[in-house]
Structures are given as C-alpha cells and as structure tokens.
Design a protein around this ligand. Structure first.
Ligand SMILES: Nc1ncnc2c1ncn2[C@@H]1O[C@H](COP(=O)(O)OP(=O)(O)OP(=O)(O)O)[C@@H](O)[C@H]1O
Ligand SMILES: [Mg+2]
Length: 484
C-alpha cells in the first residue's frame, strides 16, 4: 500500500488529537462512506443535507483506516473500533491538510474556472499531461468549498502536474479556494450566463471569476479566452491583481495561443494552431467548436508548465466526450434496415448541465452531425436552472439559436421551457411537456431510424433519465463516443 499521508504528518498538518493506536498512514481520503476504499481516512464533513458523523459506522465497515471527527460530536459517537483523529472542525482540518499538501508539492499547478467547460478542460489537461508525467486532478466537478480542499489533500507528494477545477455561485467563493491552490497557471474558459440568478449581469460574473488571479503564484500566468466579450475586463483585472503574464487563446489575431485552421467533423476536429510561437497541427478526438476552444487553453497551459507540446498534441486524438458532456451512442432501431429508413439512431448525451452558452455549443454539435436517410436532427431540451429573473428571457432567446440550425423537431420539458415553446415559430415541430417523465413516452414513440437526438438540460431537471430510457429501449450498435 502506498501511503498518501503518514499518520504523523496527518495529525501534525491538522493540529489533531489522535485517539487510539494510529496506523502507519492512510492511502486515500474519503468524505463518502459509499465510495470509501479500505485504508482511506474518513473525514466526517457536515454538508447541507447530511452530516458525515452519522456515517462513521458505515465508514468503519467499509475499511476506513482513520476517522477524522469533530471534538463536539465525539461524545455522541459512542465506542468506535477504528483509530480517530479529533479536530475542532472537520472542514477546517481538511483545508489545513490541503494547504500542507500544496506546501510539500513540487508539481506545476493549473487552476480552471469559467462559466462552462471547466470539467471538460480539466479532464483534457489530465489526459494530455498524463502523456508527459504524473498528474493529479479534481474528481468529477469537485470545485467548491469542500471539493477544492479535498482535491488538494488527495494530491500525492510526487506528482508532476496537478489540475484543479474551481467554481462558484456567488462572489467571494473563488478567492479563498485559489489561495489554497496557489496555481502557476489560471485558465478562465469563458464568461456566460450561468448561475446568473446570483448576479446582476455578465460583468459581475466576470469579476467573480477574476478572483482566481488573486491566488496565482508570483510569476504565474493567466490564460484567457481572447474571443470572449469580457476578455478586456478580465485582462484589466488580472493586471490589477498583479499578474504580469496574461495570455489569450482563440481565433483573435492577437491571441498568443491562436487557432489558425479548424475543420469540424461529426466525431472529431482537425486543427492547426500557433502556440506561443510554436506551429502545430492536431486531431482532437472529441467533436465540437467548444472543444476546440477548450483545447487551445489546454495547449497554452501545457506550454506554460513546460510540457512537451508534440507529445501533448498527439494525445489529443484520444480525447473522448464524457457521459452527460457530449458522449455519443449509436443505437439500433428495430426498423433501421429498410431502404427509406436506413441507419441507426445517434444519441448525443448532454444531460449533465445547461446554460445559454453550453446550449449554443450543443446545438452546434447537433447541427454538425449527419443524419441518414430520412432521419431528423432532434433537440430534446430541458430547463436551464439558476438564471433568476433572466430565466424566461434567456429560455425564449433559444428560439433564434434553434431557427439558425438545421433542427426542425424539438422536444421541450420543464416549467422554464414553456417560454421557449411559446417563442418557437410554427414551422418548428414542437412537443412541450412539464417534465422529463411526461416527455419520455412522447419522445420514445417519435424516434425513427437515422435520427440524431441531442438531449440537454440542467442536471436538476433530470434529463439523464431520458438518456437512460433511450439506452434501455434501443440496443447499442457501438458504445464508443466515436461514430464508426
Ligand atoms: N468552452 C465552452 N464554451 C461553451 N460551452 C462549453 C464549453 N466547453 C464545454 N461546453 C458545454 O458545457 C457543457 C458542460 O461542460 P463542463 O461540464 O465541462 O462545464 P463545467 O464548467 O465544468 O460545469 P459545472 O459548473 O457544472 O461544473 C458541455 O457538455 C458542453 O455542452
Ligand atoms: Mg464541472
């Protein structure tokens, strides 16, 4: 078993009080007894709905090597059969451990924020940097007040690169997180109306994202979207925060990480780019214009942390879209072999999240995917959440986006999508239902061989259920993210 932390270092970093004989160390860190691996330390974090202290017995059963619990909760826990480290506050202890992990690390650190594309960019960095060294990166979208310290505390002491996703719903959330992470490179993917419910306008969102510059290491670099309307504002804010090196990525002539050629295909993209004076070509294994944009940031950051760009570029071919973020399924339809209805159904699973920017990216993806025979391009869209007072207007505005694409068949679900249903012109065939459950039978009955279906909504609206329903009804022709 390789040790992430010795017990001695763990206790010292957290200023904890060990109870009982300690193991030599721990192999990992868990805050969820269901995914805990034997030998992990279990941190009993108090969340919004649950308190980890209620799960210490489950954590012991799952093989926890050590429990980290709060002094105040200790009396109510009874006799525990695992070693314990008692701390004042478990989340604060996790933060302290995260800070200790950062202090001992020699890794080049990259932080990623933005309104869309954080996880996609983080995963792309994990993938390409793995071709040139040992990489540690955030799990899933662990980007908040517990996700960031957890990712830090999990960072092994011998990794060469570490990639952190940092997110926010409110001002002042990113600042304390980035000060723990202390990145060498900070990427802002783009600014758009996500979580707009908590902000007055997009400038306010940009200002909250700009907090990421305040944690950059001295001499560090900001990597910003040169094509984004708020580039200048972010550039100004980066300089105001004392950042000396600010670079742009994108199509703009003044971008340091510049796209010079771009061919979009249904299942991949071919690009040429000039990355800080280095000309290169690459094939990106995951499709979409938004993916190209994310890759430019990836290439720029990779160069800034000293990675071998040729190896990084080669690794891009193996990128694949993930579940909920553009993953493709090619499904067999029972009627799919007749001459008027040849071909399978192509399902594009975008069910993980949605905001106006990512709706644009996903509709472009749908538009670029070929149909077969009499197949149609079908958009299945659910509510975009957390848009506050702007919600109805932003949902209705998707009508222009849809009219501008080759999609003429639309299924809509969720209370907010009613505004779009009302705004769509008569020549777009529209089915509106109040939610995913109600939409399911209508959608399943309507699909024909050759159709391309893109399903997208905010996670809370539950359109992942529609993806599962399609996967349940139509067997997979191939399960890869690529069309063959
Ligand atoms: N650069 C981009 N511009 C616009 N849309 C994008 C971009 N990158 C990804 N997307 C879209 O956003 C969706 C979500 O991507 P991703 O999960 O990477 O975002 P995120 O910023 O991590 O979101 P969250 O705030 O939920 O963690 C993707 O499925 C895709 O549709
Ligand atoms: Mg994410």
């Amino acid at each position: 078993m390789s040790l992430l932390w010795t017990s001695e270092a763990l206790v010292a970093a957290m200023d904890g009080r060990p109870l009982g004989p300690m193991p030599e160390g721990i192999s990992g860190i868990s805050i969820d007894s269901r995914s805990l691996q034997p030998g992990d330390a279990f941190f009993a974090i108090k969340g919004e709905a649950m308190d980890g202290h209620d799960f210490v017995t489950a954590a012991i059963k799952a093989g926890a090597g050590v429990l980290v619990v709060a002094e105040g909760k200790l009396p109510s826990l009874g006799r525990l059969t695992a070693p314990i480290i008692v701390v004042e506050d478990v989340l604060v202890a996790l933060e302290k451990l995260g800070v200790a992990a950062r202090t001992r690390s020699q890794a080049k650190i990259i932080a990623v924020t933005g309104s869309a594309g954080k996880t996609t960019t983080k995963e792309a960095l994990r993938h390409v940097l793995s071709a040139v060294g040992k990489v540690h990166a955030s799990a899933q979208s662990f980007n908040n007040h517990w996700g960031v310290p957890l990712t830090l505390a999990r960072m092994p002491d011998d990794c060469d690169y570490a990639v952190f996703e940092i997110g926010m719903n409110h001002p002042d959330e990113i600042r304390p997180l980035v000060k723990m992470v202390r990145p060498h490179v900070a990427i802002v993917t783009m600014i758009a109306a996500a979580h707009l419910g908590f902000f007055r306008n997009l400038d306010e969102i940009a200002k909250a994202k700009a907090e990421i510059f305040e944690g950059l290491e001295p001499g560090g670099a900001a990597v910003l979207n040169r094509d984004d309307a708020r580039f200048k504002l972010l550039d100004k804010m980066a300089h105001a925060a004392g950042v000396e090196h600010v670079y742009g990525f994108g199509e703009n002539a003044r971008a340091t990480f510049k796209l010079t050629k771009c061919e979009l295909h249904a299942d991949h993209s071919d690009i040429a780019a000039r990355i800080g004076g280095h000309d290169m070509i690459a094939r990106i294994g995951a499709p979409g214009r938004h993916m190209v944009q994310n890759v430019l940031a990836v290439l720029g950051a990779a160069q800034l942390v000293g990675a071998d760009l040729d190896k990084v570029a080669l690794a891009l071919v193996d990128l694949s879209a993930e579940r909920g973020r553009g993953k493709r399924h090619v499904l067999r339809h029972p009627g799919g072999s007749t001459s008027s209805h040849p071909g399978p159904i192509t399902l594009i699973d975008e069910s993980y999240n949605a905001n106006p920017a990512s709706m644009g990216a996903a509709m472009a993806l749908l538009n670029a995917t070929p149909v077969t025979g009499e197949g149609r391009r079908i958009a299945v869209l659910g509510d975009m959440l957390e848009l506050g007072d702007h919600s109805a207007k932003l949902h209705a505005a998707l009508a222009d986006l849809i009219v501008g694409t080759g999609t003429r068949t639309v299924f809509l679900g969720g209370p907010e999508m009613r505004a779009l249903a009302e705004a769509l012109p008569g020549d777009i065939k529209t089915e509106y239902r109040s939610g995913a459950e109600e939409l399911k039978p209508v959608l399943l009955a309507a699909l024909k061989p050759g159709d391309v279906v893109m399903i997208k909504s905010s996670k809370g609206i539950g359109f992942a259920k529609l993806v599962d329903a399609l996967l349940g009804k139509f067997p997979a022709e191939t399960t890869t993210s690529k069309l063959t």
